[in-house]
Design a protein around this ligand. Sequence first.
Ligand code: GAF
Length: 399
Amino acid sequence: SSHGDVVQIPEISSLVEQAQESFRSRFGRAARYCGIAPGRVNLIGEHTDYNDGFVLPMALPLVTVMVGDIRVSGDSSRVITLSQAADEPRELEFGPGKLTPGKPAWANYVKGVVANFHLGQIPAFEAVIATSVPLGGGVSSSASLEVACFMFLAALTSHLESIDLKEVARACQKAEHQFADMPCGIMDQMVTCLAKPGTALLLDCRSLETDFVPLDDPELVVLVTNSNVRHTLTGSEYPSRRRSCETSAQHFSLKSLRDLDMDTLLNGAEGLADQELLRRSRHIVSEIKRTQDAAAALKTRDYKQFGRLMNESHFSLRDDFEVSCPEVDELVALAQSVPGVFGSRMTGGGFGGCTVTLVTRDAVDRAIEVMRSGYHGSATFYVCEPAAGSRGLQFPHSN
Ligand code: GAF
């Protein structure tokens, strides 16, 4: 159908059931424990997390689930992913010894979390992973897998009661640093862990203080559009942006760009090695301010102002931080042209992936139609409202 690229988001319960059935047929008994964690979209505050700044993401109704049980006998653990997008092999087996990253890529997130699980000894286990989060699409499929795995292990080891979700986020970030070679900030893991339905999370990435801002207007939706492109630059450009920010902070003798203001930046600019560093820093300083302003606008339900800030954020990421790409710019320009759209921007690390658009419910079909027909590639659309964060559980005994 002409709406075939608007994704019908599966119920979490049906994803869990699918994983449970698969566990039963593979391992011959019922799964007893479950970890669930969502993907995320960032509304504003991009590349600010590793500069000690503010971010404003929300959880998506797309989730990764991991179900399983302690192994009956044998001392190695076995994990299967049902994701068709994951690289082969889709079954992982690892012993109780030291874990190292390798292939397949999806397994590194599991191994990284096992290696960084700090709540206690993990017994040999068996588990099945299922996900509705598109892999590599810039909506934190990796953080959702890490946190789902952590919550599963917390359930398995009876640590759900005492869990500190900020510590979980830190452990999962470390897993990603060590096992996926990705020097990410703390945004994705924090929102995946902590999100609350109907709210965006204003997070101070320096103090990890949280402020849940209501985003539950029935007239509004958040449209996530996957450009379905991923430029290979991603791997090298993210760490290089991080280094630029550190170099600039050092130039101003500051701990991070969070502590820089625009006047100081512009006055001290001739001392900066080049124009590029100035532009990189200008994005961070302006984006941190925009994020705080956007949260304030959201609190007063000033969606026009919020949308303007989203648009400005995009232009700053495109022109100053240079992490967008032509395909994403095209989707953003198309969305911004539609009446009823408050704002639209790239979201996540950049170089492909998704855009995020704040739009009235009435106008969302039109926005999708304009983006679909004007885009030179093939996009995928997710109509979303802010969803819940992670959880772990033990299935009640059945039969
Ligand atoms: C990626 C990283 F994982 C986050 O920490 C954040 O830096 C983001 O890019 C950019 O805002 O998602």
